[in-house]
Design a protein. Structure first.
Length: 55
């Protein structure tokens, strides 16, 4: 993935986490599912970058 795309995913992740933290009593089911997906995407890219194999 393009580094800019990953940065956008990181920003989206941080935004969702901040919203969830600010309003913990709200139903965040869909957003929590998105958080999991984003964490996997960002983590996978970080692992590839750390090992030197960028795709």
């Amino acid at each position: 993935m393009d580094p800019v795309t990953i940065e956008h995913r990181r920003q989206e992740l941080q935004s969702l986490l901040a919203q969830i933290q600010a309003n913990p009593s709200r139903d965040w089911h869909r957003e929590r599912q998105r958080v999991i997906v984003l964490q996997h995407m960002v983590g996978a890219q970080s692992a590839r970058t750390d090992t030197g194999t960028r795709h």
